[in-house]
Design a protein around this ligand. Structure first.
Ligand code: SAM
Length: 282
């Protein structure tokens, strides 16, 4: 008998396991748990690359996205540089803020065009903060746009900046695009956001960028389910008390090259699964 099989048998004997499901769980714990995340990530990647064929329409719908319309019409003046599919991501997550009094911060100014685009999209009541490492970007400061100069990878820069920054509704990280920069910026700014806020990290693609993997770690924490119980003896509703993270984060969305994190409008103290109906099959 080989070593893992002997360990499995020992575990079964020690815990007086009876059913096939229990044996499968014990085997899973013994053989797969230590390397589960890496192995499963590899399996998902293999599935995506080798066997995934999904139906898609051959022609796209007419353009109804005000950001894309703005961008496509913008042929002169301060430059904007965005992946086209980001406009769909932005509009999906940002449209709830349009016309409201919102505070928007974008890291990565470059030629100032995107700051003007946000102003046009969110409306006259928005306040915009632009952050860049290059002091040349100070020229984009105006009545509704504030410019901060600093290194997004430096927590001390953010600690100082936050002393004067209001809570943020929208953060767009379009800065240097390295993992260290993206991670530090998220760690420093996510706690400084308003309820309902939307955080966007752009350009997470490429083998050397680990921000998506870092974000999977947050997703794993979001999926932890330690305290699931029935609400009462009638067993009509499952209840799971939320962690601090689950109370505050509504969704983390992964798109090609870009990730969004949306905060809850109000703290969620529990997740519930009620049962409706009177007939149950088994
Ligand atoms: C891709 S460009 C921004 C494009 C702009 N948002 C647009 O849509 O046109 C990236 C910008 O990030 C800035 N940047 C690079 N590293 C940075 C860092 N460590 N901290 C802050 N800004 C940085 C660069 O100076 C550059 O202006």
């Amino acid at each position: 008998m080989n070593f893992p099989a002997r360990r499995l048998l020992g575990a079964i004997k020690r815990s007086s396991i009876a059913t096939a499901a229990d044996i499968a769980t014990a085997a899973d714990n013994l053989f797969y748990r230590p390397f589960r995340n890496e192995a499963v990530t590899r399996t998902g990647r293999h599935f995506a690359k080798s066997s995934l064929s999904l139906p898609v329409h051959q022609t796209s719908k007419p353009d109804e996205n005000p950001l894309r319309t703005y961008f496509n019409a913008h042929r002169q003046g301060p430059g904007i540089f965005k992946w086209d599919h980001y406009f769909d991501v932005y509009h999906r997550h940002f449209s709830k803020f349009r016309g409201r009094k919102v505070t928007v911060l974008e890291i990565g100014i470059w030629s100032g065009g995107s700051l003007l685009m946000w102003r046009d999209y969110f409306g006259a009541d928005c306040t915009i903060y632009g952050v860049d490492i290059k002091s040349e970007c100070l020229v984009y400061e105006n009545a509704f746009t504030h410019i901060l100069i600093g290194d997004q990878a430096d927590p001390r820069f953010w600690a100082k900046a936050k002393q004067n920054l209001p809570r943020l509704d929208v953060v767009i990280d379009d800065g240097g695009h390295t993992y260290a920069q993206q991670r530090t910026t998220l760690e420093c700014l996510l706690p400084h956001m308003s309820p309902g806020g939307v955080y966007v990290c752009e350009d997470v693609h490429g083998a050397e960028n680990r921000f998506a993997t870092f974000s999977f770690g947050i997703v794993n924490a979001l999926n932890e389910a330690k305290l699931i119980t029935y609400a009462d003896a009638s067993e009509k509703q499952l209840v799971s008390k939320t962690s601090g993270l689950q109370a505050a984060i509504k969704a983390i969305c992964f798109y090609p090259y870009i990730i969004t994190i949306e905060l809850q409008d109000a703290a969620v103290s529990q997740l519930i699964a009620p049962k409706h109906g009177t007939e149950w099959s088994f």
